[in-house]
Write a protein that binds this ligand. Structure first.
Ligand code: NAD
Length: 435
């Protein structure tokens, strides 16, 4: 099929390359010429495992091209919309990129074609955009097909997702849209991937409510961590025990620094803002607590660092291991790790920060931090070690070797990812989260 993808960020670049891998003929558009140049040269503009390989394969097959010229999308049967929906100043989603992309795409859409939204948008957006599209291009149809990929597993999640959700309008147009998307996703559907066909509003809500649920689950266990810390209980053992209950499940019950990234934080805020607009703000009032619990984790780690350094961090050398919001990603959008590093610097600490992949992205946001080339460089002479992103490289550190590098063997395990006993055996004063 001839496909276009508008927006080549974390979602769109992976989607475009994956669609080419599946055999489709893809044109991918972005307004950022540097990004397009890099992608066209076969270089992934961000770290995502597996992306360089499928990008190479797609370019080699001649089935993908990258451009800044929207006119090149003309003739594609399905146009995927994958631009950003960041948080605006009030907390609501900023839809300017979606609106601008639709405005520049619409002149190149023809009757019988489909615009397929993948971005995470406030409920009601698809109906509005769909009405505008139908008015401008009679016979063109807008549908919403939310994306559930996880950064770090984006290629696998795009090619073999755990479900498809198609939000389509009623009637024949909707049925034709289902048929078109079934053709796009033929390979995964043939493997038995569930596919749910719903109305536009439900599709928008499925995405945002899934993220609200995940955020709530993380803040729930972090709230338990706060209590465990006061009473001397172990939140990890608690999570293991409640996680055996199939109704609860163990996933997303790791206490730590909380969630960050380009999705969960802004999505729960946008969801609350939209519910307020709709007059049902009370239904989502709990998300304010979810957000507050999440943000308290960062403040807690900063306080713990002060306490472990004898009351003040000023003048102390602190090794920060991890800057990305999660491992296997270079994404530092709303990253708890980077936020803590910056706060410690603000309190007068000398911060030596290291991340296997996220130094370049972190430097763009916080150029004032000292970035180390290796974990060893960051650790050398440190008065305190903070592990803030659970990369395998940090899990696998030999605590005895680390002890020989640091000035003082004190560690805060912000992700409960280290072997506590091994670190204590190597002479470290160890503090985890909620244990
Ligand atoms: P991103 O910021 O990495 O990428 C957005 C891209 O859109 C940028 O490259 C930008 O230059 C481009 N763009 C902006 N305006 C444009 C226009 N008018 N025409 C063409 N391109 C334009 O964002 P992202 O992380 O890829 O997220 C995109 C959307 O997908 C968001 O709504 C997000 O919530 C959602 N989403 C993201 C993920 C994820 O893990 N990153 C997962 C599921 C859903």
């Amino acid at each position: 099929m001839r496909i276009s993808v508008i927006g080549c960020g974390y979602l769109g670049a992976v989607h475009a390359a994956s669609m080419a891998k599946l055999g489709h003929d893809v044109v991918a558009v972005d307004v950022d010429p540097t990004k397009i140049e890099r992608l066209a040269a076969g270089e992934a503009p961000f770290f995502e495992p597996g992306l360089p390989e499928i990008l190479d394969e797609a370019l080699g097959s001649g089935r993908i091209r990258f451009t800044t010229d929207m006119a090149e999308v003309a003739g594609a049967q399905v146009h995927f919309l994958a631009v950003g929906t960041p948080q605006g100043p009030t907390g609501a989603a900023d839809l300017r990129y979606v609106d601008a992309a639709m405005a520049s795409l619409t002149p190149y859409v023809s009757a019988g074609q489909f615009v397929v939204g993948k971005s995470t948008v406030p409920v009601g957006t698809a109906a509005r955009l769909g009405a505008d599209l139908s008015a401008a291009v009679p016979g063109a149809t807008l549908v919403w097909n939310p994306e559930f990929l996880r950064e770090g597993f984006a290629v696998q999640d795009t090619i073999s997702p755990d479900r498809f959700v198609y939000g389509v309008p009623e009637g024949e147009d909707g049925q034709r849209a289902v048929a078109a998307l079934d053709e796009v996703y033929e390979t995964a559907l043939a493997e038995g991937t569930p596919r749910l066909v719903v109305d536009l509003a439900t599709a928008e809500l499925v995405k945002i409510s899934a993220n609200a649920f995940l955020a709530t689950k993380i803040s729930f266990i972090n709230a338990m961590a706060e209590i465990a810390e006061v009473v001397g209980a172990d939140v990890t053992a608690l999570a293991d025990a409640i996680g055996h209950d199939a109704r609860i499940g163990r996933k997303f019950l790791n206490a730590g620094l909380g969630f960050g990234g380009g999705c969960l934080p802004k999505d729960i805020r946008a969801f609350q803002a939209r519910a307020d607009e709709l007059g049902v703000g009370e239904s989502l009032a709990f998300l304010a607590d979810v957000d507050a619990t999440n943000l308290r984790r960062r403040a807690h780690v900063v306080e713990l660092a002060q306490e472990m350094l004898g009351g003040a961090v000023a003048g102390k050398r602190v090794a920060v291991l991890g800057l990305a919001f999660k491992p296997n990603s270079d994404d530092v959008r709303d990253s708890p790790a980077l936020d803590i590093a910056a706060r410690l610097l603000g309190l007068g600490a000398t911060v030596a920060a290291y991340d296997p992949e996220a130094v370049v992205t972190a430097r763009r946001v916080h150029p004032e931090l000292d970035y180390a080339e290796t974990a060893t460089d960051a650790l050398t002479g440190a008065d305190l070690v903070l592990v803030l992103t659970e990369w395998n490289e940090f899990r696998e550190l030999d605590p005895a070797a680390v002890a020989s590098l640091v000035a003082s063997p004190v560690v805060i395990d912000g992700r409960n990812c280290l072997d506590r006993e091994a670190w204590r055996a190597a002479g470290f004063t160890y503090r985890g989260m909620g244990r």
